[in-house]
Write a protein that binds this ligand. Structure first.
Ligand code: SF4
Ligand code: SF4
Length: 225
């Protein structure tokens, strides 16, 4: 008996596998006669079943609500960006698919609450595996995932999505950034969800500097400091 045929079990008992080998059950005469027909059983059963072929892309079916599709960078209700350029999403990504460079907010160009905003933001969808670690890591809920899954293209560049694609469009009632934060608030007020919309002084600030900004016509003034 070779040492390889012995295996120690939990109780210390040695098991002998030396003569253990797999053999199929022996079939009787009828079993041997029907065996060739049985081999086609699955095929025959499916030939007469209804077709389940999906006619994509002509007919599209909705995904599950929590499907991990393309990412989106979100905004606050007054139009400021939620991303603060902290790079936690990039550090959390196991596929090294995210690249972030932060920029400093200034009084004349405030894109997000606080000191910094995401000046450069890229996601490489040739690397992304849709795990969602990045959205879990994001401290401001700036980054979420949509149900959009049609990410295709013949070139490498087309799969690297930049901030202009990832940033959510302005919703009805928002005021286009950059503009100052709601007067009297701190970044913490934004993180807590206390800012519910643009204020008159934000609108005046934008009107003075960008009188042709299209969101001036649709902005809803919902709160004051
Ligand atoms: S979903 Fe996963 S792989 Fe894709 S960017 Fe986020 S962390 Fe990286
Ligand atoms: S998306 Fe979130 S985690 Fe990533 S840099 Fe912006 S704020 Fe930080």
């Amino acid at each position: 008996m070779s040492d390889k045929s012995l295996e120690r079990r939990g109780s210390g008992e040695l098991a002998n596998y030396e003569n253990t080998s797999y053999e199929p059950d022996k079939k009787g005469l009828i079993g041997r006669l029907l065996a060739p027909v049985g081999g086609f059983g699955v095929t025959l059963r499916n030939v007469f079943s209804p077709y389940v072929t999906e006619q994509y892309p002509f007919e599209k079916h909705p995904t599950a609500p929590r499907f991990h599709g393309r990412h989106q960078l979100n905004r606050y209700a007054d139009g400021l960006e939620k991303c603060i350029g902290c790079e936690l999403c990039a550090w959390a990504c196991p596929a090294d698919a995210i690249y972030v460079e932060a920029g400093a907010n200034t009084p004349d160009a405030q894109y997000s609450p606080g000191e910094r905003y995401g000046r450069v933001y890229q996601i490489n969808y040739l690397r992304c595996i849709g795990c969602g670690f990045c959205i879990e890591a994001c401290p401001t809920r700036a980054l979420t995932m949509t149900n959009f899954y049609e990410i295709t293209g013949p070139t490498r560049e087309e799969h690297i999505f930049e901030k202009d694609t990832l940033l959510a469009p302005f919703e009805e009632g928002m005021l286009a950034a950059p503009h100052p934060m709601v007067e009297g608030t701190s970044d913490t007020d934004y993180y807590r969800g206390d800012v519910l919309g643009a204020t008159q002084s934000q609108v005046d600030w934008v009107r003075e500097r960008r009188p042709n900004d299209p969101t001036l016509d649709t902005v809803e003034i919902r709160s004051e400091a």
